[in-house]
Design a protein around this ligand. Structure first.
Ligand code: URA
Length: 426
């Protein structure tokens, strides 16, 4: 029988690969309380430094999936396809994409987590809609999918529970930023969710988890391989996250912008990413439909309204409004806005109250940032480029600190660059 200290030493010294049997034993012993958190944390750090090879990663992910239940969506009788984003600033694409793709004939089971740090969580955004509920039982989840075709809900505690424990350990031991650990964490939850196809939006740039493009491509490839090996048709788009997506950053502000997008009024950059991902999702689901037509015909908006109502929300209710608003970031000169840094705006929105620092924190639904100017816009000296919103005016000063070097003004318009930098598939 393996013992955990030998496994830690083996990984620490990069002596050889761990076998599938050893990894299976480890997960069983950890679940049974025979391996302590500090031992698992030491192993995670060894993996952070020495990685996992393909066979180890397959076994590791398989154990995470097998640690809990797997959902079965086959009874819905339609192709299922989901999307996952590694998280960006102003990234409200899921809110538009799930009803959009469902309105074209797929079922979209989006089981999500909450936001942590400077990127917002989809559930936090939707919770700004009065009455909307993120936590559904399996029966409710199936009923929403059957009625609306799309559901966005909290991943239940039964789905890949080993990931919950490991993620909590990684969070407090500096071992989150490891490609095999991120890939197995994301993919175990998506595979357990039962979707037949999956499109990944892997962000790269200043506001992304993976700032470096090569690393983002490596993460995308790793996740695509894992999905395909587990029978999920998987593709990834690596997309730029150097500036906020759209003009709204913050929970209710992003819901408002998503609804505008579903009525055909979405900002160009947001729609570019949305349509690129929709095209991939429909192709993987084998559906020949035009996502633009789903918007112009009003079908996507109808599906969104049905999805919100099916989860107790009132799509017509007024959204929370912040009590305090303040314009900020005056342009230092006339010229073209060539850079509006995603990370700075994301941190400002977070400090205004839109995000949480610890899992147990509450978020403000009304707080956030509106971009009054975006890269490519011409601005005049003194013109404010952002509007900040908060429930508590004491939050403005720390948000302004985050914005000290957020923008650059140039004499020429910035070059137009496509947001999709690479497509990764098998
Ligand atoms: N999101 C996840 O679900 N897991 C990670 O490890 C990182 C981001």
């Amino acid at each position: 029988m393996p013992d955990v200290v030998s496994l830690i030493r083996t990984k620490r010294d990069n002596a050889r690969s761990l076998t599938a049997a050893e990894i299976g034993w480890l997960f069983g012993a950890y679940a049974a309380g025979e391996v302590a958190d500090e031992q698992m944390a030491a192993l995670l750090m060894a993996i952070y430094f020495n990685g996992l090879d393909d066979a180890e990663l397959r076994a590791w992910t398989g154990e995470m999936i097998a640690s809990g239940e797997t959902l079965d969506l086959a009874s819905l009788g339609k192709p299922s396809v989901d999307k996952h984003s590694t998280g960006g600033v102003g990234d409200k694409v899921s809110l538009i994409l799930a009803p959009l793709v469902a309105s074209c004939g797929a079922v979209v089971p989006q089981l999500s987590g909450r936001g942590l740090g400077h990127t917002g969580g989809t559930l936090d955004k939707l919770e700004s809609i009065p009455g909307w509920r993120a936590s559904l039982t399996s029966a409710e989840l199936n009923a929403v999918l059957a009625g609306a075709g799309a559901v966005i809900a909290a991943a239940g505690a039964g789905l890949a529970p080993a990931d919950r424990r490991l993620y909590a350990l990684r969070d407090v031991t500096g071992t989150v930023e490891s490609i095999p650990l991120i890939a197995s964490s994301i993919m175990s939850k998506k595979i357990a969710e039962g979707t037949s196809a999956l499109v990944l939006d892997v962000k790269t740039g200043s506001g992304a988890f993976m700032k470096d493009r090569d690393k983002a491509v490596e993460l995308a490839r790793t996740m695509v391989d894992l999905g395909e090996e587990h029978g999920v048709r998987t593709r990834a788009l690596v997309t730029r996250m150097d500036t906020p997506l759209g003009r709204a950053v913050g929970n209710a502000l992003e819901v408002e912008e998503s609804v505008s997008a579903l009525t055909g009024q979405g900002p160009d950059d947001l729609m570019e990413v949305t349509f690129a991902l929709a095209g991939q999702m429909l192709a993987l689901a084998g559906i020949d439909a035009d996502p633009r037509e789903a918007i112009t015909s009003g079908r996507a908006l109808d599906t969104y309204r049905r999805m919100i109502r099916a989860q107790g929300g009132d799509p017509d209710a007024p959204l929370p409004q912040a009590e305090h608003r303040r314009e900020a970031l005056p342009a230092p000169s006339d010229g073209w806005l060539t850079r509006l840094d995603a990370l700075a705006v994301g941190v400002a929105a977070w400090r205004l109250g839109a995000g949480r620092a610890r899992k147990e924190d509450d978020v403000s639904h009304a707080a956030g940032v509106r971009c009054l100017a975006k890269p490519g816009d011409y601005v005049r000296a003194g013109q404010n480029m952002l509007e900040l919103r908060a429930d508590d005016p004491a939050r403005f000063a720390p948000a302004l600190d985050a914005l000290a070097d957020a923008a650059t003004i140039g004499g020429e318009p910035p070059p137009a660059v496509p947001l999709v930098v690479q497509e990764v598939g098998r």
